[in-house]
Design a protein around this ligand. Structure first.
Ligand SMILES: [Zn+2]
Ligand SMILES: [Zn+2]
Length: 342
C-alpha cells in the first residue's frame, strides 16, 4: 500500500509500505479520508519530541472496516467508521478513572504508531465509532478535531445566551465557534489575523475581530455593553493572545486554554483573582465527545463541510504542509489514499 512517512525534519516520503497485520482486538480500516492537522506540520518541522523517522502520519481518519482480527469484535466488515486515535495504557490512575485522554503514557496514531496517511490502518476496535447513515465520509474525517472542540466547549461550560470569544480561526478555532453556537451561545466572536480565515469565519456567520487592525478587547466590550465575554477560548496559543485573556473576559468569566503553548505565557494573575476568573485547560476528547460529534453532524446541528478546502492525493502531503505553513488559502485539507471510497 502507499503511505506517507515522516523521515526526519523537513522530509516526507510517499512510497510502498506493507499492509498492517492485525494485533489482538484490532480491525483493519481502508482509509477513505485523512485530515491534515497543525500537528502534522509541527512533526514535519522536526519539532515533535515523540515522532520517530519511519512513522506513517495521520490521525484524523474516516474509512471502512475491511478485516477484523476475530469475529467476536462488535464492528462488522463493511462498516463506515471514524477513528479515535488516542493510545492509552489502560492501567494508570487517569485511565482507570475513565480519563484515558490524560493517560500517563498518552499517545496518538500517526505519531506513536502508524496512522492514516496510507491506504490501510490497523486500529483497536475500542477506538472506532460507526458513522451514521447521512454523514458523508468527508465530513466524518473532521470528527476528530470536532471532538476536540466539543470537549473544549463542555470544559468551558458554555450556556444558553452566553457571549463567547474565540482566539484563532484555524480548524480548531472555527470548530469551537461552531460548537459554542450549537451549545446556545448568543454571540460568538472570532479573532484572527489571516484574511482567508477571517473571511471563512464571516461566511460561517460569526462576527470577527481583524486582529491585525483592531483589538479584541475593544470589540468584545463594544458588543457586550462593556462587560467582556462569558467564555473565552484560546486556540491561537501565542503569548500575545494570553496577554489579552484578562481584558476580554467578563468578571467571573472563564478562559479555556485550547491551543498548545510551547512557551510560558504572561497572564496577569492579580486580575484573575480580582475578577474571579477561571482558567481551564482542555485536552483531546473522550469517547462521549466523539459520539456527540457524530450526532451533531447527523442532525445537521453542526455543518463542517465549509471547512474542507481541498481533497487531494497522498502525494500532495508535503506540498500541502508547505502551503499551510505559508498561510495560503487552506483550512482543512483531506488526503484520499484510495481515491476517496464512499
Ligand atoms: Zn490533529
Ligand atoms: Zn493510562
Amino acid at each position: 500500500m502507499r503511505a506517507v512517512r515522516y523521515q526526519g525534519a523537513h522530509t516526507l516520503t510517499v512510497d510502498e509500505a506493507s499492509v498492517p497485520t492485525l494485533g489482538p482486538g484490532q480491525v483493519l480500516i481502508r482509509v477513505a479520508f485523512a485530515g491534515m492537522c497543525g500537528t502534522d506540520v509541527h512533526i514535519y518541522e522536526g519539532l515533535h519530541p515523540r515522532a520517530r523517522p519511519g512513522v506513517i502520519l495521520g490521525h484524523e481518519i474516516s474509512g471502512e472496516v475491511v478485516a477484523v482480527e476475530n469475529r467476536e469484535l462488535p464492528i462488522p466488515v463493511g462498516t463506515h467508521v471514524v477513528v479515535e486515535p488516542l493510545l492509552a495504557c489502560g492501567r494508570c490512575v487517569a485511565c482507570r478513572e475513565g480519563n484515558y485522554h490524560l493517560c500517563r503514557e498518552h499517545g496518538l496514531l500517526g505519531i506513536d504508531a502508524n496512522g492514516g496517511f496510507a491506504e490501510f490502518v490497523a486500529v483497536s476496535s475500542e477506538r472506532i465509532h460507526p458513522v451514521p447513515a447521512g454523514v458523508d465520509l468527508t465530513e466524518a474525517a473532521l470528527v476528530e478535531p470536532l471532538a476536540v472542540a466539543i470537549h473544549a466547549v463542555r470544559r468551558g461550560s458554555v450556556a444558553v445566551g452566553d457571549h463567547v470569544l474565540v482566539f484563532g480561526a484555524g480548524p480548531i478555532g472555527l470548530l469551537t465557534a461552531l460548537a459554542a453556537r450549537s451549545a446556545g451561545a448568543a454571540l460568538v466572536v472570532v479573532s484572527e489575523v489571516v484574511p482567508f480565515r477571517l473571511s471563512l469565519a464571516r461566511k460561517l456567520g460569526f462576527l470577527v475581530v481583524d486582529a491585525a487592525r483592531e483589538g479584541a478587547a475593544e470589540v468584545i466590550r463594544d458588543l457586550t455593553g462593556g462587560l467582556g465575554a462569558d467564555v473565552v477560548f484560546d486556540a491561537a496559543a501565542a503569548p500575545a493572545t494570553a496577554t489579552q485573556w484578562v481584558p476580554v473576559t467578563k468578571p467571573s468569566g472563564t478562559i479555556v486554554a485550547l491551543g498548545i503553548f510551547t512557551r510560558p505565557a504572561p497572564v496577569d494573575l492579580g486580575q484573575v483573582t480580582r475578577h474571579e476568573l477561571r482558567i481551564l485547560g482542555t485536552r483531546d476528547y473522550t469517547f462521549a465527545d466523539f459520539r456527540r460529534a457524530l450526532e451533531l453532524l447527523e442532525s445537521k446541528r453542526i455543518d463542517v463541510r465549509e471547512l474542507i478546502t481541498e481533497v487531494t492525493d497522498l502525494g500532495e502531503a508535503e506540498r500541502t504542509i508547505l502551503r499551510i505553513k505559508a498561510g495560503k488559502d487552506v483550512m482543512k485539507v483531506l488526503l484520499a489514499p484510495a481515491g476517496g471510497v464512499r
